[in-house]
Design a protein around this ligand. Structure first.
Ligand SMILES: Nc1ncnc2c1ncn2[C@@H]1O[C@H](COP(=O)(O)OP(=O)(O)OP(=O)(O)O)[C@@H](O)[C@H]1O
Length: 615
């Protein structure tokens, strides 16, 4: 998270000290329960202060007890002390009600929902910048770290600092010299801590970042294991994962080493300070200027304070982790959705136009699309072809508004996609990718997600048209089979047909086919092709394909090279022109002849059965 993202959040316009900022972030993250959280924190402060006052009662209590007990006074001070302790317990009880009364659960749920909403709203291009594991760590880990531990840690910190401070203030009233020494020692650790904090905070943040990175690496490794094994890279990636673990260990060691120094310094200051009080106290008692009862009471108080004070740095270390979590959450929430043009408009036709489109991905050095003009007629099939990385997929992403072009516009039926409400735009376009994402749900639910209100009969009709029935019948629980339970048992072609069934059910007027058959064998490809034929009927179709034989029948072919439209026309026209398309076609034909020659088969006209057909 950069400081820019932090300062861009509306609440933090004023320059704040880090503690105030953490406090504000904490309140913001509690969302609908911010008021309850504030009350709980005040409760914790009150409890710590009351505890300090209760401990200070030891001074008059011991004076009443020594050398000859004054029983009425002893009982009176015991009663006051008990009352103060009782009030402290009550205040702490009330404060922890934030937990018990379910406010904590409501606040974390609301925060997680807000983050989930944000994932839905934020530009997909920004989401693609982030690794799944890291987003997961933010949604789950950071939210819980943030609120669940904050109360416990703040309670420990307040008890370590506020209680001795209030007790020291009260001591002033009994013996100003002792009170002053206490006041000098206890707050001495604060500047000491502030001095060490930047280094300390840096390492704790480094630790949090390393944790998040490792979380991403683990997820990526486990998800990609089948591919890695197939590519015989599992070992190599495992080494990378090991490297990530090693980095985490290194950061942890550094954090512990950096953290241990201030811990030792502060613990030593506390110990030395307390020894000083004992030494000075004993001297004054001998000199007859300090009551032995006051010294005895002070010793009890000191023993009570020493440990929490010495552990103060440990508690603040956890606070640093919480702060990092809060910052990460705010950074995610601060990403703005793409701006909508007003007034909103809904297209009545479905021709598509890219008008002078220039687009550059965030964090890259040059545009991937440059001044690109192209028209894709309605209810026709347009193919995008060109070398890998020329910008074909990016064009479809701009159409779906994963991002907006820096210059130019994308229109559907003459309406800028920026003016089309996001839900409407999503409803206008169906996409079939090469990689199909299936959810851990039933077959029925996986298809129905394209149109949740569809009846079972409609889902089954779509599955039928997408050539899915034959393999669904073979599944253990047919339509009710959970795809997560059968894992990778669906073939690429079967997954692809489920994706086409979704698109058929959605029945959007625009269909984007991004290399849907590239990874399939001939048999699967035929089945998928039949499904696609049903899908594209009467639609505005954009198809991206590397094998030109599959798009030779398209109504229009756009040849993209290095982010520019270099040729357009239909197959026959482009062959006659003899430019880039012709060169690509000839190269692929030569490769095919060479392959068929190797296989000892004569070339034949099979390609027509394996191509996307224009309607
Ligand atoms: N999210 C991203 N961030 C940065 N650069 C990206 C991103 N996505 C794609 N690119 C780059 O933009 C360029 C165009 O990518 P695009 O996927 O549009 O090409 P393509 O023509 O569809 O390629 P292919 O045929 O290999 O799928 C490539 O150089 C790619 O590396």
């Amino acid at each position: 998270m950069t400081s820019d993202t932090l300062t861009s959040t509306p609440v933090s316009r004023r320059r704040l000290t880090p503690w105030q900022e953490t406090y504000r972030q904490l309140l913001r993250s509690a969302g609908p329960r911010a008021r309850e959280l504030r009350v709980a924190l005040l409760g914790l402060i009150a409890a710590a202060a009351l505890q300090g006052l209760a401990l200070a009662c030891l001074l008059p209590l011991f004076s009443a007890l020594l050398p000859v007990p004054d029983w009425p006074a002893v009982l009176a001070w015991l009663a006051v002390m008990t009352a103060l302790m009782g009030l402290a317990t009550l205040a702490r009880w009330r404060a922890q009600g934030f937990d018990f009364d379910g406010h904590m659960a409501v606040a974390t749920h609301a925060l997680r929902t807000r983050l989930g909403e944000q994932l839905r709203r934020m530009p997909l291009e920004r989401l693609q910048d982030r690794r799944t594991g890291e987003v997961n760590a933010t949604l789950l880990g950071n939210v819980d770290e943030n609120l669940n531990y904050a109360m416990t840690v703040l309670n420990l910190i307040l008890t370590a600092v506020v209680t001795p401070f209030v007790a020291a203030l009260a001591t002033l009233a009994v013996d100003w010299r002792m009170g002053l020494i206490l006041l000098l020692i206890f707050p001495a650790i604060i500047p000491l801590y502030r001095w060490r904090r930047p280094v300390f905070a840096g390492t704790m943040r480094g630790l949090a970042v390393a944790h998040q990175r490792t979380s991403g690496d683990i997820l990526e490794y486990t998800q990609g294991l089948p591919v890695l094994r197939a590519a015989r890279c599992a070992g190599e990636r495992a080494e990378r994962l090991q490297a990530s673990f090693a980095h985490l260990r290194e950061v942890q060691t550094r954090a512990q080493r950096t953290g241990s120094r201030p811990k030792v310094i502060i613990a030593s200051v506390v110990e030395l300070g307390l020894l000083l009080i004992v030494a000075v106290g004993v001297t004054w008692v001998i000199a007859g200027t300090l009551d032995v009862a006051v010294l005895a009471a002070l010793l009890v108080m000191i023993v009570r304070f020493a440990e929490p004070l010495a552990n103060f740095v440990n508690y603040t270390a956890i606070l640093e982790l919480i702060e990092t979590a809060l910052e990460r959450i705010e950074a995610l929430l601060a990403i703005e959705p793409l701006p909508q043009q007003t007034p909103p408009a809904v297209p009545a036709r479905f021709d598509i136009r890219f008008a002078g489109v220039t687009f550059q991905y965030a964090g890259t050095e040059r545009p991937v699309l440059r001044e690109l003009d192209a028209e894709l007629p309605a209810r026709r099939m347009t193919a995008l072809v060109g070398p890998s990385g020329s910008g074909k997929t990016t064009l479809t992403r701009l159409l779906m508004r994963h991002a907006d072009p820096q210059r130019g516009a994308v229109t559907i039926g003459g309406i800028d996609v920026r003016a089309i409400p996001p839900e409407t735009l999503n409803g206008l376009i169906s996409v079939v990718f090469q990689d199909v994402y299936l959810f851990d749900d039933t077959v029925l639910a996986n298809i129905r997600m394209a149109r949740p209100e569809a009846s079972d009969a409609e889902v089954e009709a779509a599955a039928h048209a997408a050539q899915c029935l034959e393999f669904i019948e073979r599944l253990p629980r047919r339509w009710q089979t959970r795809l997560g339970d059968i894992g990778g048992r669906l073939s690429g072609g079967e997954r692809q047909r489920i994706s086409i069934a979704r698109a058929l059910l959605k029945d959007a007027p625009i269909v984007v086919l991004d290399e849907p058959t590239a990874a399939l064998d001939t048999e699967s490809e035929r089945a998928v092709q039949r499904a696609i034929d049903a899908l594209v009927r009467d639609k505005t179709v954009i198809v991206i394909a590397h094998r030109l034989s599959t798009i030779a029948g398209a109504d229009r072919i756009l040849v993209i090279e290095d982010g520019r439209l270099v040729e357009q026309g239909h197959h026959g026209e482009l062959l006659v022109v003899g430019g880039r398309y012709r060169a690509m076609w000839d190269a692929q034909q030569r490769a095919k002849d060479w392959y068929l020659g190797l296989a000892g088969e004569p070339g034949n006209g099979k390609q027509s059965a394996r191509s996307f057909s224009a309607t």
